[in-house]
Design a protein around this ligand. Sequence first.
Ligand SMILES: [Zn+2]
Length: 472
Amino acid sequence: MASHEQTSGASSGWLPDLLFTQGKFVAGTALFCDDQGKIVRLSREANDLANARRLPSRAILPGLVNTHSHTFQRVIRGRTEHRSKADRDTFWTWREKMYQAAARLSPEDIYQGARMAFVEMALTGITTVGEFHYLHHQADGTPYTDPLLTNKLVIQAAREVGLRIALLRTAYVRSGFQQPPDPGQTRFITHDPEEFAAGCEELDRWAAEKYPAGTVQVGVAPHSIRACQLDYFRQVDAYARRKKCPVHVHVSEQPAENEQCQAEHGATPIALFAREGFLSDRFTAIHAIHITGEEVRLLAKHRARVCACPTSERDLGDGAVPARQLLRAGVPVGLGSDSQVQIDLLEDARLLEYHLRMQSLERLILAPDPEGPGTLANRLFAAATRSGAESLEIGDAELREGSFADFFTVDLQDPSVADPDPETLLTNIVFSAERTAIREVYVGGKQIVAHGRHHAQEETVRDFVQVQQRIW
Ligand SMILES: [Zn+2]
């Protein structure tokens, strides 16, 4: 029997060469989980080691958490790297192309795009995703017969692929302050905040009935202060406080957004959110690139979080997230694939540091002090795991008793790794591992990737290619 096949039965155990727990790799330790997918013990007992499935030349690490994703944008990959008619191509000209694609997608296309993105996530070791979903209605703004149709399809796609998902249901109301309506945004818009909140409530009820506890979370996402005006934002925030659910918001991705907010409210977005009482440990600012030192202080004061999306931000020319100031102030920073130009959270982790190196002509910018605990790789890996799980309030991103058995394996003989040394391995993985090194992925003890392939990979790619041929 092959050594990495799907598991079943009351208790499953795995014995890799090395296992990452409590910030370091340990040898001679097996991981066991129950039939609910929870870790029941990490064991060094001889009997347990003999009974666990041996994973030779493998390291086990906790699954990665992709905190910010728009799966439908997977369809524009390869289609935005040419000049438009504008004098300068920027985030805003890219957005026009993205809107053109968004208008063409049927619910079936949205589902297939989501499946494709989620399979690719699984192949890179991602076990939990936060999907910031705003394609709610038909292209002309008419709701579907089931107004929650596309929300449900995206959740369904994640569960079929095997990922945990936090669906961040997005409130989108307008083009911007004193801006005429943009037809490209029509299908995103829900005019009535009460109707929006009722939809969240209904989606939460539907997911709780349909899926096991801990697999689906429903949060809210006022899209941005540009797209969701203040009175509406207040109502969405009030709903989130009642429900005790996560709140994700695009914040200061581009300077123009700050200028509009300043003109409308006399404050930059985070300063405004602090004034309104929106900031809390349930609040995650997506991007938070063009922010002031005072705004960093406000995020820290209210224990709010940030999610950086470096592969997407470099593609869009957004700028670099000021992670040095954020981490110094104690603001947790997670990571997201955002526009899906690449799906590789380890690349996002290294870019969080590399963008700052290119700006400052220094090295080891996010590294702890030499006397401090952990390493730079520990910090970046925490951004790719624990920070995301805390922000989305789903999954555990830690391998310890009581946590979900969500993990991936790295082949210690992959040419990009070739390193069995537990002291250097995490740094090697975070800075240099290629996707070829990721061989098996498990969510709740259930295998979804074997030998570097997802069980539904072939049909997912085939169906997605058909969507692409139809819409382009
Ligand atoms: Zn985004």
